[in-house]
Design a protein around this ligand. Sequence first.
Ligand code: PLP
Length: 421
Amino acid sequence: MNEPATPVSTASDDWIARHDAALSPNYKRFDVVIERGAGSRLWGVDGKEYLDLFAGFGAPLLGHCHPELVEAAREQAEKLWHVGNLLHTLPQVEAAERLRDASGFEALPFFCHSGADANDAAFKLARLYGKANRGASTGAHGRYKVISTTRSFHGRSFGAMGATGNPAVRKGFEPLPPGYANVAYDDVSALEAAIDAETVAIIAEPMQGEGGMNVPDAGYFKALRALCDEHDLLLIADEVWTGCGRTGRWFAHHHWGAAPDLMSLGKGVGGGLALGVSCVSPRLADLIDPRVQGGVKHATTLGGNCVTMAVAAKLLEIVERDGLSQHADELGEHAKGVLRDGLASSAVREVRGLGLFLGVELDVPQEAAGAKAREVVLACMERGVMVNGTASGVIRVAPPINIERDEFDRGLSVLIEVISA
Ligand code: PLP
């Protein structure tokens, strides 16, 4: 693992002042300025080292500056960056073949830039499906409604925000686009009751991340599949957080033995570069094929640019080659055991999750939950370990999926000490 170069400045405050003067104040950031990273470690401009157990909200799936990804990016950057999607390029084919083969449902990927982008592409395709397969709909637009679930997060574009089941995300942006219904997560009857003649799709995370690391009942996803089959609906699996080995399977829906019609990817699939993917079942391909439709139905200029694709193809190769889904599965089970044992006498309600996508729910009243989670995150950071906290009081642990056990254990023991203090 590379050691950091000499820090460019020891004055984090200078960078924060320049940052505040120059950037949109969009985010609520900690007073930490990161200069470089390697594997699961980060270094601040002040030289402080951190163990990153919540690497970039899941995007640097293989850690920071993975040497093989750096090499793939460098090699491709010297060859070709982008030509647009009127032409074929090699890295798109390589990344697409790997995704298709890993998906388990022969998925055909459409490349875009973010998780929200991928979900928007899926919603647009669902509307095309609803027009082509009107069913009992008597409305002018055929079937167009998408049912999503409470505590879900699908992104912040207008389409994805419409489906997001967190009122705080939507607040202030009304009126939202029409065509979304929101029902309780992990509740099949609630979902069934919400289906009407205008419904065309169901979107769900096979395990919720932003909503509090919620693992559904083992039969939930299969029941959604059955409902979709019964009512001719499309099942959209939002695997933006859970895809590419994170939960101990190639994709989290593989835990549940039910294939979706559409799968949205983002975050980890790009290894830290901007990549979203809407994976489409072959049976839907005609709906977006310009040769069938007489025109292009969806597109984005930089989608599938060569450098991002070369990195994604290499990342998928490494996940397969190094058995990283299994590594995540085993290390996740180990970590749950360590956390449960270590926190047995602490104020913790539950330790849960799949693979290296874990949550520790603190036992605090709801009104104090966000503040308490922040306190834990800050105390860990002070001790050189990065974790994340949700407003609902869940501490989230999602390290790079190739993290080694010793390193991970070191971080977990800091987390246990901080929560137990
Ligand atoms: N879907 C899920 C399940 C997510 O967790 C997120 C982001 O956290 C998104 C979609 C949106 O992804 P992005 O931020 O890349 O637009």
